[in-house]
Design a protein around this ligand. Structure first.
Ligand code: URA
Length: 480
């Protein structure tokens, strides 16, 4: 007998699936349908989550049931992420996955399996969509009004990622109140919790925006026609994002102005006015070693590029399970364009050797991609990046995370930890050496190799090194 099950959320699907599995109902005997999101669904103002794919207590707090106990957390996370993928058969497909998995076909999670390949592709798409929404959503300030959110944004996500994105912004925007409108739903942050509701806006024009003029002025003033590369700019940010970004309306005119000569004038005026900084290496050595200049090479999100030889991108396998995040490139890394090749890299190599991890299997990167330094005689001495530089560079770290999607991130020291958590106040404290979960990944915090190099006391040095080695072993065990 065919059963029809109507679901509204991942947690409801999970409950239903658990019951079906326990009574041995195969996928072909179930028809899954999705409830339309009606006003009723959101009627309760207190409703803390959206109706679709939202992370909630039932997915994060393991229940005492047979299936939950047996299903690995990582699998649950994949299913929950894939449930955000808009597709009419998403719940039927997820049920097929868990059905095959409980039959013992563990390959169903592998990209080598046909269903596993689809599942992994869905997860990847969702992570990218979340990243795009983090990067391209623009909050606009509204006139102060009692009870109204201070900031409002409009976005048209291609998948149901709004709840996760709202959580992301709730962590980053402190006690300011905001609202994100989409065609499907609305999320409101009242300063202490996220509240979901039905769509209340038709588009960006519904935002009464007093802050807009300021933002457009800012954008115009940071736009450098001398550096305009239309295809890179338009290729990097698809038109579907531009159209909802306030600065998007300025772009066509600025491109036209650049083509009409502002590009050359801008070059002479702005670049010519900058004081040159002498870097004591030959011009040849100062060239990026990579074939093609990447967008990172052109990054001007903060001022560090001015005194650095080049941006140093992460290196490692595109699908590495472990990502190791340092602070910023050092002197040698700055010259070579590769992370961790100087003295700190040697300590790391030693730790790799002692932990049994192969450097080549790991994605190595830094929280900040340009070398920050101050002159000391003929030497360039490392200078800790300021929080605004870490925040500016978090764009690139998020890009790397969205693309590599590691299971485990190893944070080397405090700057890396702050960048990974998006929390400038984060400290190593008692997090050192104690793995914890953040945004669906394991985080392992260890001492930075440069700190290990600097510790004068031999015993303390050995202890810090032991933490690093242990941390790498943890990372290996926690990765799939
Ligand atoms: N220190 C870091 O944090 N990263 C490097 O790449 C080199 C030294």
């Amino acid at each position: 007998m065919m059963r029809t099950i109507c679901v509204q959320s991942f947690s409801q699907w999970r409950k239903e699936a658990r019951e079906l599995l326990s009574t041995g109902v195969p996928p072909h005997a179930v028809q899954w349908s999705e409830a339309l999101q009606s006003d009723d669904l959101f009627g309760a103002v207190e409703q803390p989550r959206l109706a679709y794919g939202a992370p909630d207590a039932t997915t994060t707090a393991p229940e005492n049931t047979r299936e939950t106990a047996r299903m690995p957390r990582e699998m649950l996370r994949m299913l929950e992420t894939a449930a955000c993928f808009r597709s009419p058969d998403r719940y039927a497909f997820l049920y097929k996955i868990v059905w095959r998995w409980q039959l013992g076909q563990k390959d169903v999670l592998s990209p080598a399996d046909e269903d596993g390949a689809r599942l992994n592709a869905m997860v990847k798409t969702i992570r990218r969509e979340q990243h795009k929404m983090h990067a391209y959503l623009r909050f606009r300030e509204r006139p102060a009004a009692a009870g109204a959110p201070q900031f409002v944004a409009w976005f048209e996500p291609e998948h149901d990622v709004l709840p996760q994105v709202a959580e992301h912004f709730s962590r980053r925007m402190g006690h300011t109140t905001w609202m994100i409108g989409t065609p499907q739903a609305t999320m409101l942050w009242d300063g202490s919790r996220v509240v979901a509701g039905p769509p209340v806006m038709q588009g960006p024009e519904d935002i009464a925006d007093t802050g807009e003029a300021m933002w457009l002025t800012y954008y115009r003033s940071t736009f450098n026609p001398a550096r305009l590369n239309v295809s890179v700019m338009q290729g990097h940010i698809a038109s579907r994002y531009w159209k909802n970004m306030p600065e998007g309306a300025l772009v066509p005119a600025m491109i036209a102005e650049a083509a009409a000569g502002a590009q050359r004038d801008g070059q002479t005026k702005t670049v010519g006015a900058r004081n040159g900084v002498t870097i004591p290496i030959s011009a040849d050595d100062a060239q990026p070693k990579r074939e093609q200049p990447s967008t990172l090479d052109q990054c001007r999100r903060c001022d560090l590029w001015r005194n650095a030889t080049q941006a140093v991108p992460g290196v490692g396998p595109a699908a590495a399970r472990i990502m190791l995040v340092g602070e910023q490139p050092g002197d040698q890394e700055d010259l070579a364009g590769t992370p961790f090749i100087g003295p700190a890299g040697q300590v790391l190599d030693d730790a790799f050797a002692q932990s049994g991890l192969a450097r080549e299997s790991i994605y190595l990167t830094n929280a900040v991609k340009h070398f920050k330094w101050e002159p000391r005689g003929k030497r360039r001495l490392h200078k800790t990046p300021a929080q605004m530089e870490v925040t500016a560079c978090s764009y690139w770290l998020e890009e790397e995370l969205a693309s590599v999607q590691p299971d485990v991130i190893v944070a080397l020291g405090g700057t890396a930890l702050k960048a990974i958590l998006g929390n400038p106040k984060a400290t190593l404290g008692d997090r050192i050496g104690v793995p914890f979960q953040h945004e669906g990944r394991w985080i392992v915090v260890v001492y930075h190799p440069s700190y290990i190099l600097r510790v004068p006391d031999a015993e303390a040095k050995a202890k810090a090194m032991a933490v690093l080695i242990e941390g790498l072993k943890f990372a290996q065990n926690l990765s799939t």
